[in-house]
Design a protein around this ligand. Structure first.
Ligand SMILES: Nc1ncnc2c1ncn2[C@@H]1O[C@H](COP(=O)(O)OP(=O)(O)OP(=O)(O)O)[C@@H](O)[C@H]1O
Ligand SMILES: [Mg+2]
Length: 249
């Protein structure tokens, strides 16, 4: 995929990240086009969550380049980074809700902080967001009073609050029952169709990845071992790719 940057949402080049002596990412190259949904696969501990955190600047890379909508993010001030973060929704692997805030307040938080919406407008928007993930009946509950899957859905509503251009999902369907997982997948597909959202979805759910993504990338030993369509992966003769596909399905 060649590009002048305009049609590319995220470009990673030669990205390295270590923790102490442990090399986690060892020269990642990846391009995600605008409006594309990319699924990122890989075994546990291969650096998938770290990859997302680097893109949003929650972790700093050791070297390499990260461009978001053409803008290099390493070396930005916190203020500049915050401007970019407003355009990126992030659903954390553990949902990461604020424990002392209700479900409603959690989803309203980015609106209160980053928009001039009135209280009433915020309330309306929060209801709409929560109903899009089937959580409109639990507004007043605290995070400790809802299940893991419900937290995830609230986290997704919060990630969507500012109508981001790019969504980073870390295991959006893990721990959900198949019906709820299917609903979340439908939502991701709908966001792509209706809003031409760019999404990077880390998942270990191969079936889900196949349903929602245009392309998949498999991380192995710090690098992208293979990227392409699901068919490309299935045709691969690389022994690790075959093993990964057969043992995960
Ligand atoms: N803050 C940190 N300090 C030290 N090591 C870390 C830190 N964060 C992650 N790591 C290490 O980096 C590696 C990659 O972690 P990461 O969370 O990205 O894995 P993952 O691919 O998301 O795994 P999973 O599928 O289990 O979620 C792991 O070995 C982890 O222990
Ligand atoms: Mg992870």
């Amino acid at each position: 995929m060649e590009g002048n940057g305009a049609e590319l949402a995220v470009v990673l080049h030669d990205l390295h990240k270590s923790f102490g002596r442990q090399k986690v990412l060892n020269g990642i190259d990846l391009k995600i086009a605008r409006g594309e949904t990319l699924a990122v696969l890989g075994r546990s501990g291969t650096g998938k969550s770290i990859l997302l955190k680097l893109i949003i600047g929650l972790q700093k890379s050791d070297s390499g380049s990260i461009r978001v909508h053409g803008k290099e993010i390493s070396g930005l001030s916190l203020e500049e980074l915050n401007q970019i973060r407003k355009k990126i929704g992030f659903l954390f692997q553990e949902a990461a809700l604020y424990d002392s805030l209700s479900i409603e307040e959690n989803v309203a938080f980015p609106l209160a902080r980053n928009t001039r919406m009135s209280r009433a407008e915020q309330k309306d928007r929060v209801r709409q967001l929560l109903s899009s993930v089937g959580m409109e009946n639990d507004l007043g509950k605290m995070p400790s009073q809802i299940s893991g899957g419900m937290k995830k859905r609230v986290g997704l509503a919060r990630a969507l609050a500012l109508e981001p251009d790019i969504l980073l999902f870390d295991e959006p369907t893990a721990g959900l029952d198949p019906i709820t997982a299917g609903e979340i997948e439908d939502l991701i597909v709908r966001l792509q169709e209706e809003r031409e959202m760019t999404s990077i979805v880390v998942t270990h759910d191969l079936h889900g990845a196949k349903t929602i993504s245009d392309r998949v990338a498999l991380i192995h030993e710090g690098n992208i071992l293979i990227e392409g369509t699901f068919d490309d992966l299935q045709k691969s003769e690389d022994p690790f790719v075959s093993q990964f596909l057969s043992q995960s399905s």
